[in-house]
Design a protein around this ligand. Structure first.
Ligand code: GN1
Ligand code: MG
Length: 380
């Protein structure tokens, strides 16, 4: 099957091997190596698009092509030769996707990117420099896209970070209880119920001058940044499937959630699930080193809350998927989504105990380093 797909794309040389790559909770990924006539080898990343999640794959690719072309132009303008942008490989008939029918006759979509060489990505890292560079990479991504025409972007997943809608959906599905799993998760449900009010905090203001829509990545996990193997600095931001207009608070918050947590996303030993404050500071410093100039006072004031809200949102999403019979996130073992939800709930608890500290750090480091320099910080 993969051979048939590869033959539809504009790739030079002879296929020498294909391996499956297990990262990511949504799409399926393979790496193919080709040998060119001059003997050199080139690698490519093939991805089968999960069309249950991304129902309109051409719109998704339109966003990615628009954003990557723009980023490349920005980098040329800035004489930036150290960073890279995802490179979409076209099919022989110049499309960004190809499709084949599977055994059941359903259309399956595939895309190919050039493989980024000399790079490494981390699922978790306790190294402050790596965490700083992850914050910097996502901050840089947002900054470079600051003037990208937002009207060109399609909403690839509707209401993706609308935490209140995620909450309402969970409540609806609890009533349906299609798999009979609700009784088992009563404690988790109560925890979420008690936090209904914070679910609307960002979305209620989004679109105002103080809380502007920005071009955001929306999936700022540590493993979505490729780092340069030699220098340790960031090379490229990947996984652009959810680039859409949104709030910077979800990007910043999810970055801290995924880089500063001391445990795996589905950690079973909840006593290990904490925010490491040194890693939080490193991420914040990296992010602010790129984005401080554009932030508004309102955004700045809600950054620590953003970490809490996105973590709660993920707890809601994982729990909802568990209740619905695990139809959205890929799982490797029974009850993985329940473990993911429990770990995110433990993380929300820890964030709540550190919220004031985090908030102070953000404000102080902002005013200490950037005081007076930037006019765009709006005072209430
Ligand atoms: C999914 O595909 P991946 O692993 O990058 C999910 C994110 C979640 C993340 C949690 C489109 O991201 O929203 O934060 O899992 N992506 C989508 O690990 O739902
Ligand atoms: Mg993703």
């Amino acid at each position: 099957m993969i051979k048939e797909i590869l033959s539809k794309f504009n790739i030079e040389g002879e296929l020498i091997n294909v391996t499956e790559n297990n990262s990511g909770n949504i799409n399926k990924t393979f790496v193919a190596t080709f040998k060119r006539e001059d003997g050199s080898e080139r690698k490519y990343l093939i991805q089968k698009i999960n069309t249950t999640v991304f129902t309109e794959p051409y719109k998704l690719m339109k966003n990615i092509e628009g954003v990557t072309t723009y980023l490349k132009r920005q980098m040329i303008k800035n004489d930036d030769t150290t960073h890279q942008v995802l490179e979409v490989i076209k099919t022989k008939d110049n499309k960004s996707l190809c499709y084949v029918n599977d055994e059941t006759g359903t259309r399956k979509y595939y895309r190919i990117y050039e493989f980024i060489e000399n790079a490494i990505s981390y699922d978790q890292s306790q190294d402050k420099q790596i965490v700083y560079n992850t914050g910097k990479a996502f901050g840089n991504f947002q900054r470079l896209l600051e003037n990208y025409p937002m009207s060109k972007l399609e909403e690839t997943i509707k209401d993706f970070h609308n935490t209140k809608k995620r909450y309402d959906k969970l409540m609806d599905d609890i009533k349906i209880d299609s798999e009979g799993r609700v009784a088992e998760v009563a404690n988790e449900i109560v925890f979420i119920l008690m936090r209904e009010d914070i679910c609307s905090l960002i979305m209620d203001d989004l679109g105002t001058e103080e809380m502007p829509y920005r071009v955001t990545h929306n999936d700022t996990k540590v493993n979505n940044v490729m780092m340069n193997k030699d220098t340790g600095s960031f090379l490229a931001v990947i996984d652009l499937d959810t680039v859409m207009p949104g709030s910077m608070l979800f990007d910043y918050g999810d970055g801290v959630r995924s880089t500063a947590c001391t445990a795996k996303e589905d950690e079973h030993d909840l006593s290990k699930v904490k925010i490491d404050l040194d890693l939080f500071k490193a991420y914040t410093d990296g992010y602010l080193s790129e984005m401080s100039e554009s932030l508004t006072y309102e955004e700045l004031s809600l950054m620590a809350e953003g970490v809490r809200i996105i973590t709660l949102e993920l707890a809601i999403r994982f729990l909802n998927d568990y209740i619905n019979g695990d139809t959205y996130f890929k799982t490797d073992y029974d009850k993985q989504n329940l473990y993911r939800a429990r770990a995110q709930i433990a993380l929300v608890k820890d964030i709540e105990s550190k919220l004031d500290y985090m908030d102070n750090y953000i404000r102080e480091s902002y005013s200490g380093k950037y005081n007076g320099k930037y006019a765009r910080v709006l005072k209430r």
